[in-house]
Design a protein around this ligand. Structure first.
Ligand SMILES: [Cu+2]
Length: 382
């Protein structure tokens, strides 16, 4: 077992005492993940009905779910981050039931302050992409973003992993990636491809990361004092910015040659796939890639200490996550509506006292119309 540098040992001990309460500490760990960008056919509403109303999709939802001569519908080809068991990338690592709700998001990365995340990355998609993390430490060979930073080739291999290529990203987790004063004992970050950020993320390449204070992981593997974790991305997906727009038009519209050009929000020509198109066309208003109540698995029990990790993605995102039936604490303040902007990340702690099936949705009207709605279920206590 390698010995920690003295400075790190001191740092993590202070961190644990100050923020998390002191428990027995294990040695810093390197967590290795095998993640690939894979082509996947994604269904935004696999239940096939509006699960909020309990009714079949009708006129109100047709704009977002029905395919047609110039309309793609609810099924799209995408590229998603998926976790494998080892460096051969032959066996997908099963997603545990408690994380079924992650949906379109990549695998959850988890570490404590003082640990290191090591990601062996394979690009199985037909366009260059990579991994860029928020919060954790990276040197130039693990930043995953191409720009004129004065570095040489050895530090640029991470910027754009070519189709079929691999790269290993190494991200130490220093104190400043963990909880600050006033934080809870875990911090929510994300990672995503940043080779062509807008196109990559709208194609589907984004995932979550949780960093826990040193020594603050409980026996259940979650941060101490937490019984249930949930991660929900208020994820606008602008499919007109996906690498697969043309593939999807060809595959899922019945008159693919009927497409025409409109202007995007910046006045630039853009391919439209519907004669009634607006610039918002193909903007899917999702929770973890699901619309109209199709997000599964938001479950808990009365009295559990539930930590919600909430994030947004890369478009013009203004969200108002709203929980019916129970309340949350966000940065020590009691509320039932959060405020979330583009690429925002926040934590909401809930101790549900009200059993039942409750709405959890975005309160922005246009997002509600587009299906940014789900339910969460509180079972009676144990
Ligand atoms: Cu919203």
């Amino acid at each position: 077992m390698s010995r920690s540098p003295p400075a790190l040992t001191t740092l993590v001990a202070v961190s644990s005492l100050a923020i998390a309460g002191c428990t027995a500490q294990s040695a810093p760990t390197t967590h290795t993940y095998y993640i690939a960008a894979d082509e996947v056919v994604w269904d935004y509403a696999p239940g096939g009905v509006n699960q909020i109303t309990g009714e079949p999709f009708g006129e109100a939802e047709a704009f977002w779910v029905e395919s047609g001569p110039h309309r793609i519908g609810k099924v799209y080809k995408k590229a998603l981050f998926r976790e494998y068991t080892d460096e051969t990338f032959t066996t997908l690592k099963p997603r545990p039931p408690e994380w079924e709700h992650l949906g379109i998001l990549g695998p959850l990365l988890r570490a404590e302050v003082g640990d290191t995340l090591r990601i062996v990355y394979r690009n199985n998609a037909p366009f260059p992409n990579g991994l860029h993390p928020h919060g954790v430490f990276y040197e130039k060979d693990s930043e995953g973003a191409p720009y004129a930073d004065g570095t040489g080739a050895a530090d640029q291999a991470d910027d754009a992993v070519p189709p079929g290529g691999t790269h290993t990203y190494v991200w130490p987790v220093p104190e400043r990636a963990g909880p600050g004063e006033g934080d809870s004992n875990s911090v929510f970050w994300m990672y995503h491809s940043h080779t062509d950020e807008v196109q990559d993320v709208n194609t589907g390449l984004i995932g979550p990361m949780i960093i826990t204070a040193r020594g603050a992981t409980g026996a259940n593997g979650l941060p101490e004092g937490v019984d249930r974790e949930l991660i929900v991305a208020f994820d606008e997906v602008f499919e007109n910015e996906s690498y697969y727009l043309q593939d999807n038009i060809q595959q899922y519209t019945s008159d693919p040659d009927g497409q025409f050009m409109i202007q995007d929000p910046f006045g630039q020509p853009m391919v439209a796939s519907d004669p009634m198109a607006t610039p918002d066309y193909n903007l899917m208003n999702t929770l973890n890639g699901f619309i109209y109540g199709n997000l599964p698995g938001l479950t808990m029990r009365v009295g559990e200490r539930v930590r919600w990790y909430i994030m947004a993605t890369t478009n013009f995102e203004v969200h108002a996550p709203h929980w019916h039936g129970n309340t949350v604490l966000i940065r020590g303040m009691r509320t039932d509506v959060a405020t979330l902007l583009t690429m925002g990340m926040l934590i909401a702690d809930m101790v549900p006292d009200n059993p039942g099936t409750w709405l959890f949705h975005c309160h922005v009207g246009a997002h509600l119309d587009g299906g940014m709605t789900s339910v969460y279920t509180v079972e009676p206590g144990v």
